[in-house]
Design a protein around this ligand. Structure first.
Ligand code: GLN
Length: 483
C-alpha cells in the first residue's frame, strides 16, 4: 500500500458522494475475508448479515440526502473485548462462553454515529494478555505478511484484519503495547491515544489504570479520522478527560520544521538488550528523514524507562487480579458446578481461564498480598512516578520522542510460547507510555533484514496527540516501501 493512499477516507468520500455504495464496499471486504480468513483467523466472529443490513440502511440514508458521517460506509473490525449489544463478546476466553453484552461500548456507538460498519469481532490474546495472539482460547491469528509468523498481540486479530484488507480500519486496546506492537509487526499504523482521550466504557477491563482504546489503519490520516470519530469526553467513563476530542487531523501536512525530536537512547540499542540492529537502524533512518524535513534531532535520555517492564508486570497483574475476580461462574458465561459455591467458583475459573490469565492472576494476587504489597505493588508505583518524572524532563528539550515499537520483526509461531519472559520483552519499548499515560503511535518504516515490516514509535507528552500525528505523518511520507 503506498503511504499516500488513505483507503478509509477514500471510501467515506465516495460513499457520502453517492459514487460507491456502502454495500458494494462491504461486499468487496467480505469477499477478501472469504478468501483468506481460513488461513489468517483474524476474527472470532464475522458479522456479515448484520453488516449488510447496516450498509443497506446507510445507502438508503445517502439516497435520501442525509449526512451519514465522516466514516460513511467504512468497514471497521472490533477487538473482541469491546462490548457489542446482543453480540457475543468473548475476550477470546472460554469463561465468557455464551455471554452477550446488554449494551454497546461507547466507541461502538460512536462508530455507528460516524457511519462506519462493524464487520466483526477480532481475535486477541485471552483478556488481552500476551504479545502474539497465541493465548487465544480459539487458536492463534497468523501474520498476513507471512503465515508462519505471529501478528503480534494482544490485538493481533485487528492488526491482521487491516493488513489483510479485511477492513480498512480496526479498533484495539493497548495496556502495555497491544495496539502498537501488532501494528508494527503487521506493517500498519497503530495508535495509543492519551489515557482518557477515548472512552473505555464497554471495554472489558484488563488493567484499568493502563487500558486505552485506539485505532489501526493503513495510513496516519485514516488513523486520525478514526481517532476523531471515537474520541472526546464520555460521562460514562470516569477516567475520560472532560474535553472535546483532540483535533489530530488538521496539521498532518504541516511538516516538522523546527520541531525537536529525541531518540530515546535507552530503548534504541544502548540500554535494554534485545533491540535488533536492523530495527534500531530504521529508527535512526526515520530520524534522519525528519532532520531533512527541518526537524532538530537529538539523543534523549529517559533512564528509568528500563524499569518499565518490571513495574508493569506488577501493576498490570495486580489490577487484572482484581478486575477478573468478577468471573466467578455466577455473573457471566461459563459455570462448572461444584459441591458448594466456592467449589463452583474454583471449578469455573479453573476450566474457564487459560494458563497465561491464571499466571497473571497469581502474580497480581501475590503482589497485592499483605506483607508484600509495599515491596512489590508499592515499589512498582514509585517506579511509575520516576518514569513520569523522567519523561517530563526529556520533554523539556524535545517535542516528541522516537523509539522502535517492537524490538524485532514478527517472530515464528511457538517461538516464545514456552518462555513468558521472552514474550514479555516484546513490550519493553511500548510499556513506558502506558505507565505515564502519554500518547504513542507506530508508523511502518521499511523492513527488517528478513523483509518483514518494522514500526517506528512516536511518543508525545500528555494531550499532545496532535504533534505526535504530525510527526508520524512526516515519517510516513518518507518511509521506504515494504515489499
Ligand atoms: N503484551 C502485554 C501483556 O501481555 C500488553 C498487553 C496489552 O497491551 N493488552 O500484558
Amino acid at each position: 500500500m503506498s503511504p499516500s493512499t488513505n483507503p478509509a477516507l477514500a471510501i467515506a468520500a465516495a460513499v457520502s458522494a453517492g459514487e460507491r455504495s456502502a454495500r458494494e464496499v462491504l461486499d468487496g471486504h467480505l469477499a477478501r475475508i472469504d478468501e483468506r480468513e481460513g488461513d489468517i483467523h483474524a476474527f472470532n466472529l464475522v458479522l456479515a448479515d448484520e453488516a449488510r443490513a447496516e450498509a443497506d440502511a446507510l445507502d438508503a440514508r445517502v439516497a435520501a440526502g442525509d449526512d451519514v458521517g465522516p466514516l460513511a460506509g467504512v468497514p471497521v473490525a472490533l477487538k473482541d473485548n469491546m462490548c457489542t449489544r446482543g453480540v457475543a463478546t468473548t475476550c477470546s476466553s472460554k469463561i465468557l462462553e455464551g455471554w452477550q453484552p446488554p449494551y454497546d461500548a461507547t466507541v461502538v456507538r460512536r462508530l455507528r454515529e460516524a457511519g462506519a460498519i462493524v464487520v466483526g469481532k477480532t481475535n486477541l490474546d485471552e483478556f488481552a494478555m500476551g504479545s502474539s495472539t497465541e493465548n487465544s482460547a480459539f487458536g492463534p491469528t497468523r501474520n498476513p505478511h507471512d503465515l508462519t509468523r505471529v501478528p503480534g498481540g494482544s490485538s493481533g486479530g485487528s492488526a491482521a484484519a487491516v493488513a489483510a484488507d479485511f477492513a480498512p480500519l480496526a479498533l484495539g486496546s493497548d495496556t502495555g503495547g497491544s495496539i502498537r506492537q501488532p501494528a508494527a509487526l503487521c506493517g500498519v499504523v497503530g495508535v495509543k491515544p492519551t489515557y482518557g482521550a477515548v472512552s473505555r466504557y464497554g471495554l472489558i477491563a484488563f488493567a484499568s489504570s493502563l487500558d486505552q482504546i485506539g485505532p489501526f489503519a493503513h495510513s496516519v490520516a485514516d488513523a486520525a479520522a478514526l481517532y476523531e470519530a471515537i474520541g472526546g469526553h464520555d460521562p460514562l467513563d470516569a477516567t475520560a478527560i472532560p474535553q472535546p476530542v483532540l483535533p489530530v487531523s488538521r496539521s498532518l501536512d504541516t511538516g516538522v520544521e523546527g520541531l525537536r525530536v529525541g531518540i530515546i537512547g535507552e530503548l534504541s540499542g544502548d540500554g535494554v538488550d534485545g533491540i535488533a540492529p536492523d530495527v534500531a537502524a530504521r529508527v535512526r533512518e526515520a530520524a534522519l528523514a525528519l532532520e531533512k524535513e527541518g526537524a532538530i534531532v537529538g539523543e534523549a535520555s529517559v533512564p528509568s524507562t528500563i524499569y518499565g517492564l518490571s513495574a508493569y508486570y506488577l501493576i498490570a497483574p495486580a489490577e487484572a487480579s482484581s478486575n477478573l475476580a468478577r468471573y466467578d461462574g455466577v455473573r457471566y458465561g461459563l459455570r462448572v458446578d461444584g459441591a458448594n459455591t466456592s467449589a463452583m467458583n474454583e471449578a469455573s475459573r479453573t476450566a474457564g481461564f487459560g494458563d497465561e490469565v491464571k499466571r497473571r492472576i497469581m502474580l497480581g494476587t501475590y503482589a497485592l498480598s499483605a506483607g508484600y504489597y509495599d515491596a512489590y505493588y508499592g515499589k512498582a508505583q514509585r517506579v511509575r512516578t520516576l518514569i513520569i518524572d523522567d519523561f517530563a524532563r526529556a520533554y523539556e528539550n524535545f517535542d516528541v520522542l522516537l523509539t522502535p515499537t517492537s524490538p524485532t520483526t514478527a517472530f515464528e509461531l511457538d517461538a516464545k510460547t514456552a518462555d513468558p519472559m521472552a514474550m514479555y520483552l516484546n513490550d519493553v519499548c511500548t510499556i513506558p507510555s502506558n505507565l505515564s499515560g502519554q500518547p504513542a503511535m507506530t508508523v511502518p518504516f521499511g523492513s527488517g533484514d528478513d523483509g518483514l515490516p518494522v514500526g517506528v514509535q512516536v511518543l508525545a507528552p500528555l494531550n499532545e496527540d496532535e504533534v505526535m500525528f504530525r510527526v508520524a505523518a512526516a515519517i510516513e511520507r518518507s518511509a521506504p516501501e515494504v515489499s
